[in-house]
Design a binder for this molecule. Structure first.
Ligand code: DGT
Ligand code: CA
Ligand code: CA
Ligand code: ZN
Length: 587
C-alpha cells in the first residue's frame, strides 16, 4: 500500500467525520496525519515492517489511536473504522466529496436537506435551481458547483503524467522481461509526455503475439481485463484507467510505434506529406504503389525508417503535436532538446525550515547524489505562516547554516554548493515579501503568488509585473497557479508577464511538480522565443520529490526548450554572475 493510498483513506475519514459533525480537533488530527503520510520520503509500509506500530506513532502528527488504525490497515489491507464510516452513507457520497470546492459541510447539508447523495443527482438539483435556497448557498454557489462538476468529470477522464508514467515504465519493463518479446515501448500521450494522459497505449513486437498477450492479461498490474485477443489486450489499472497493449510483427513495429504515438494531428500532417510523395503511410508501414505492380513496403521496421522514407529526420515524440515539427525536421532545424543530464541544480526546494519534510542537509545531500552541482533552498517567506514561513531572524539563521554547510563541502573538497534563496510571496499590491534587513543576505529570491487569487486578469498581471519591477525577484515561481485536474490558472495575461520578465531579466519557472507543470509547454516555448530565461525546478517538499525534475524536463521538451535557455543548466559561476549582474542593473 502506497503512502498516497494511505493518505487518501485518512482524508476520507476526516471528510466523513466532518459530515458527521464531529469536533474539529478530531477532524484536523486525521487531516494532519494524511498530510504527514503524503509528504513522507519513506514508505509508511516499510516503517511499519521495520519498527511496528511504535514507528508509526513516532511520525509527527500521528498519535496512538491513528497509529493503531494504520497498523490494522497495513496488516490486513483494511481499516474497520474507515469501512464503518463509508457504510453509513450511500456509495455516491464519497464521490460527491471529490467535487472541487464542495466541502464536507456543504455535502452534509445537501445530503440531509435534499437527500442527494451522488454527483449525478447533485448536477440535476443544481440545474433545477434546488440548491440556491439552502442556508448559506445561493445562485452563485449553485453555478460554481455546476462548473466544478465539469472540472471533476474532466479530471476523472484524464490522469496526471506523474501518476501514469511510473506505471507505464513498470509495465514496459515487465513486457521486456518476457523472453518472447523483442521490443516494447509505450506509445500515445504518455510517450509524448503530455501533462495529462487519457488512456495508456503500449506496444510490443515478437514472433508469437498470443503468448505475450496471454502473459500480459494475467499480470497482477491489471485490475480487470476487458478484451483479450491474439494481438491486443485491453484492461484497466487498479484506479480504473484504461490500458491497451498491441502486439505487432517485427516488420511493422516502427510504423505501429509511429502511428500509435500520435498525436492524431501529427499523423494527419505526416500522411498528407506522404501522399504528396505518392506514398501511403499507416500502422503497418510506408508503401509505394507503382503502376500495375503490387504495393511495396519501403519502411516499417523502425521509426527512424518511417520518417526517413518521407524525407524527414526522426522527430522526438514530445514534439509530435503538429506545431511546426515536420517543417523543422524537413529543414534540419529540429531543436537540440534539453535532457535531464543537462540539469545542474534545483532552484525551488523546501526544507523543515518551512513546510518541507527533510532538513537542509538532507535535501542538499540528495541533490548531490543526483549529480547536481548546486541547490537553491527556497523556504517560504514570513507572510505564509500557514506553511511555516520563515521570520527575518530565521532567514538569518538559515543563511548561517548554509554557510557552514558550504564550508564543510569546501573543506572536504566536494564540488557542491548551497544557495540561500527564499520563496517570497508576491502580495496583493505587488509587494515582495522579503524583509528589508535580509535581502542582501540572500543569494536569490523566487517570487510566487500563493494567496489573494483574483479573477481579474488585468489586476493579477499588474500585480506580478510590479513585483518583477521592484528588482527583488530573480525567478518567478509557478506563474499561473494552476493545479491540473483541480484548479484552473488564475486570470493572467501570461504573455505580458513573460515579456516583462524578459525585459527585466527575471527567469520564469517551469514548475515540475506533477500537479503544476507551470509554465506549460506552449508558454515555455513562447518564453524561449521571446528570449526570456527559464528555470526548471521541482518545488520538492521531500527528498523523493526531487525526482519530479523529469516532468519539468518533459514539459520543457514539449516546449522545444534547449538547455542554454534554462538557468539551472548553467555552471554555478555563470549563474552567480547572472544574478549579480541583474541585481546591479535592476534593483
Ligand atoms: P490520450 O489517450 O487522450 O491522452 O491521447 P493519445 O494521443 O494517447 O490518443 P489515443 O489513446 O486516442 O490514441 C493513441 C494514438 O493512436 C494517437 O495519439 C494517434 C493514434 N490514433 C488513434 N486513432 C487515430 C485516428 O483515428 N487517426 C490517426 N491518424 N491516428 C490515430
Ligand atoms: Ca492514449
Ligand atoms: Ca488508446
Ligand atoms: Zn515552493
Amino acid at each position: 500500500m502506497t503512502n498516497a493510498q494511505i493518505a487518501q483513506i485518512l482524508e476520507e475519514i476526516a471528510d466523513f467525520l466532518e459530515i458527521e459533525g464531529e469536533n474539529t480537533f478530531r477532524v484536523r488530527s486525521y487531516r494532519r496525519a494524511a498530510e504527514t503520510v503524503a509528504g513522507l520520503a519513506d514508505e509508511v509500509a516499510d516503517i511499519f515492517t521495520e519498527e511496528g506500530t511504535q514507528g508509526l506513532q513516532n511520525l509527527s502528527g500521528i498519535g496512538k489511536g491513528i497509529a493503531q488504525k494504520l497498523a490494522e490497515l497495513l496488516e490486513t489491507g483494511e481499516m474497520t473504522y474507515h469501512r464503518e464510516l463509508i457504510e453509513k452513507y450511500p456509495p455516491g457520497m464519497l464521490e460527491m466529496l471529490r467535487i472541487p470546492g464542495l466541502g464536507p459541510r456543504t455535502a452534509a447539508l445537501i445530503y440531509h436537506e435534499l437527500e442527494i447523495s451522488s454527483v449525478d443527482e447533485l448536477e440535476e438539483a443544481a440545474e433545477a435551481h434546488r440548491l440556491r435556497d439552502l442556508p448559506g448557498l445561493g445562485a452563485k454557489s449553485e453555478e460554481k458547483i455546476l462548473h466544478n462538476i465539469q472540472v471533476y468529470r474532466q479530471g476523472t477522464r484524464r490522469a496526471l503524467l506523474g501518476d501514469i508514467l511510473p506505471i507505464a515504465e513498470r509495465l514496459i519493463a515487465m513486457l521486456r522481461s518476457n523472453p518472447a518479446v523483442l521490443k516494447a515501448e509505450m506509445a500515445g500521450s504518455a510517450r509524448r509526455r503530455k501533462a495529462t494522459v487519457g488512456d495508456l497505449d503500449l506496444l510490443a513486437t515478437c514472433e508469437e503475439p498470443a503468448v505475450v498477450c496471454d502473459a500480459f492479461a494475467q499480470s497482477e498490474e491489471l485490475a480487470e481485463v476487458t478484451m483479450a485477443g491474439e494481438t491486443k489486450v485491453s484492461g484497466r489499472l487498479p484506479g480504473g484507467r484504461q490500458v491497451d497493449l498491441r502486439v505487432v510483427e517485427p516488420g511493422s513495429y516502427g510504423a505501429a510505434l509511429q502511428y500509435f504515438t500520435g498525436s492524431a494531428d501529427h499523423n494527419v500532417a505526416l500522411r498528407e506529406r506522404a501522399q504528396k510523395m505518392d506514398l501511403t503511410i499507416n500502422e503497418y508501414g510506408v508503401f509505394k504503389q507503382s503502376k500495375g505492380e503490387k504495393e511495396e513496403r519501403i519502411a516499417g521496421e523502425t521509426e527512424e525508417g518511417v520518417y526517413e522514407a518521407v524525407g524527414l529526420a526522426w522527430i522526438p515524440p514530445e514534439l509530435r503535436e503538429a506545431r511546426g515539427e515536420i517543417e523543422a525536421a524537413e529543414s534540419g532545424q529540429l531543436p537540440n532538446l534539453i535532457t535531464l543530464a543537462d540539469i545542474r541544480s534545483d532552484l525551488h526546494v523546501h526544507t523543515t525550515g518551512s513546510d518541507g519534510h527533510n532538513t537542509l542537509e538532507q535535501m542538499a545531500e540528495a541533490c548531490r547524489q543526483r549529480g547536481y552541482e548546486y541547490i537553491g533552498i527556497t523556504d517560504h517567506s514570513p507572510v505564509l505562516n500557514v506553511a511555516g514561513g520563515l521570520t527575518a531572524e530565521e532567514i538569518k539563521q538559515q543563511r548561517q547554516q548554509i554557510d557552514e554547510l558550504n564550508k564543510q563541502y569546501e573543506d572536504e573538497g566536494i564540488n557542491f554548493r548551497v544557495l540561500a534563496g527564499l520563496e517570497a510571496d508576491i502580495l496583493n499590491a505587488g509587494q515582495v515579501d522579503v524583509p528589508e534587513e535580509v535581502f542582501d543576505l540572500l543569494d536569490f529570491v523566487l517570487g510566487s503568488v500563493h494567496q489573494g487569487f483574483s479573477p481579474d486578469a488585468d489586476k493579477m498581471t499588474q500585480r506580478i509585473i510590479e513585483a518583477l519591477e521592484s528588482g527583488k525577484v530573480d525567478t518567478l515561481g509557478h506563474p499561473t497557479g494552476r493545479l491540473l485536474l483541480q484548479r484552473e490558472a488564475y486570470g493572467i495575461h501570461l504573455d505580458d508577464v513573460i515579456e516583462a520578465a524578459g525585459e527585466l531579466a527575471v527567469a520564469v519557472e517551469i514548475n515540475a511538480y506533477p500537479q503544476r507543470l507551470d509554465l506549460d509547454d506552449i508558454h515555455a516555448r513562447f518564453a524561449q522565443h521571446n528570449g526570456t530565461l527559464l528555470s526548471i525546478n521541482t518545488d520538492a517538499h521531500a527528498v523523493s520529490q526531487l525526482d519530479f525534475m523529469r516532468y519539468g524536463i518533459a514539459t520543457a521538451r514539449r516546449g522545444w526548450i534547449e538547455a542554454p535557455s534554462v538557468i539551472n543548466t548553467w555552471p554555478l559561476e555563470e549563474l552567480q554572475n547572472w544574478l549579480q549582474r541583474r541585481r546591479e542593473d535592476y534593483s
